[in-house]
Write a protein that binds this ligand. Sequence first.
Ligand code: ARG
Length: 459
Amino acid sequence: MAQLWGGRFTKETDQLVYNFNASIMFDKRFYAQDIKGSIAHVTMLAKQNILTEEEKNQIIAGLNGILNDVEEGKLEISDKYEDIHSFVEATLIDRIGEPGKKLHTGRSRNDQVALDMKLYTRDEIGEINELVKGLLQAILHVMEENTETIMPGFTHLQKAQPITLAHHMGAYFEMFKRDHERLLDLSKRMNTCPLGSGALAGTTYPLDRQYTAELLGFEGPTLNSMDGVSDRDYLIELLSALSMIMMHLSRFSEEVIIWNSNEYQFVEIDDAYSTGSSIMPQKKNPDIAELVRGKTGRVYGALNALLTTMKGIPLAYNKDMQEDKEWAFDAIDTAKGCIMLFTGMLRTMQFNKDRMKDSARHGFTNATDAADYLVNHGVAFRDAHGIVGQLVLTCIEKKIALDELPLEEYKKISPAFEEDIYEAISLETCVNKRVTTGAPGMESMNRVITMYQEYMKTY
Ligand code: ARG
């Protein structure tokens, strides 16, 4: 057991209590952020003449030595310390002696952990944004290649109207673009530095909090020291943004699973992203997509857990808050892994364009356009709807598509039909007539793709 306190205690901590209380098993992962925060802190202390230049230099050299040795595997972060803060401080004192004991001047572990967690979260958000960028690029690539790839669009998982693969992919581009913007938005809001909040009520030393904040790349210091040590809103926002990303990935995964099924065969997942069965030799399963869908629950769980942990905590710091870490770490790792894997799967996936088009042809996806044709020939829409309904019934009986039905049959049901009905209900016409912004028609699709290309340039 190695802890920073003990002066007022007359007994050793019970080993079980010690283990229950310790966090080093998981907070060791932000050793680099902890050291970075300490370097900024002592730099500020020296500027304010609270430490001498000499002390500052010794401490910083000591901290950098610890950082290097941990990174090079020469120094192990041992679980015998209570938490990462204790490990760094104790190791520093071991290595440089007296000046090391001054590191914690004007600071508490409460503002220290609040800072570390923010620094860590900020770094992770940067990485998540890069992964989302890769995903958006992969989606955009599929869009650029497939403005003419016709497929059925669905409602209620029933074939509805023809769209293009570019259009379908564009819906996901929109979702992940919003996700990226949510992360940017949250980064802006969390950009204040809690260091200097002390245990809860600031400190009596003349700290220059603005300076520390600038050294660490924050916009400024937090403006209330009690909130500074006990705010975890930004983590809840992150978990919420990650839940949203997972929800989008999960919907996408569900579609990939359906598209990859034997019945649909719209796509073929690459061998490198599929798995086999131990008993059925013919199987090639979409396990990655299924796992992404499954892991979504885990990230939602983290969000719920942290919301629940935070809801009953009186101001200011309470140990409950230590529970933020494992949930946040797990959700961050899970979401990152899922984005990465999904992007790889999408990049290597084959789209079976003929199957998609064939599926659109045989699902009466052009029925609305047949009704619109009648409307353009003077028939009221409600009547047109009924007429086309009858035509569909005839085709179902004959097991043919609308464009395979002879003109006499059309005319039998409505004299308004002419030879040009075939052109009007061709899937290409159905798609390309839809040119309003956001629609699948080639013209509007190309406009949107150009906007997305611009968006990616400034990402
Ligand atoms: N391990 C603690 C946490 O994660 C660090 C802060 C401890 N502060 C305290 N007063 N016990 O929240």
